[in-house]
Ligand binder design. Sequence first.
Ligand SMILES: N[C@@H](CCC[C@H](N)C(=O)O)C(=O)O
Length: 280
Amino acid sequence: MSSEGYPFLKGHGTENDFVLLPDPDGTVHGALDPDRVRALCDRRAGIGGDGVLRIIRAAAIGEPGAGQDAEWFMDYRNSDGSVSEMCGNGVRVFGRHLAQRGLVDPARPVPVATRAGVKVLTFADGAVDGEITVDMGGPTVLGETKVSVGDRAWPALHVDMGNPHAVAFVDDLADAGLLLDPPAHDPAVYPHGVNVEFVVRRGPGHVALRVHERGSGETRSCGTGACAVMVATALADGAARDTAYRIDLPGGTLRITWTGDDRILMTGPAVVVAEGRTSL
Ligand SMILES: N[C@@H](CCC[C@H](N)C(=O)O)C(=O)O
């Protein structure tokens, strides 16, 4: 393909995988229409991914409030082409790419603008390849709801991490079945759809989950979902603040802390595994 097409990278955080599209000044991809996102994320005919991260300067995205406190904006799209407010694994991969390209200094906090506000990234030891902690801001707990798969239903906690989540505790992760379709939910509670997490306890301060993501189906990991699960578990444990949990996902482990001043800190890996050019 040599000089044809445009540049892309492929990366993942705990196997939640993304196609990265560098478009610093917003001149390469225009509005990035849903058909192109679907083509890029297609696992047989495309590059494959749970979503697309467009890497664009906040000043170039043209969304309200985007350019105020961060140079870079994470323009996130689900694999079905829909737009989402936030992606917790994606923002670490986004930061990794910026650091590897020398576009930010990993020795300093790195603010990244998203549709859910500015998230600040910290690189362990200030190293380009260090584990990344994201200050996700405060969670919003919106009460009890219900989700179901087939004829099985569970109570769930509605937690907003900038994007919507329903957290359901189950006896066994297999109880959710194959998760080929979105779990049923109350459309009055989630008019724009929902990410659903199924959780089991593994021990003190330790849970495991499966997730069905809005716009992407079942994925190997969801960073915002892990944060929502941590919040639901900590509340259930009566241990809401100044507490940390280990969250196991099919694709790896995240560490989530709820600080005394109501911020959720998510720590985990992020890797870029390939780059090239594509005409998709
Ligand atoms: N995988 C992401 C969340 C991506 C967006 C989500 N599917 C939505 O539509 O809200 C994460 O790591 O947080």
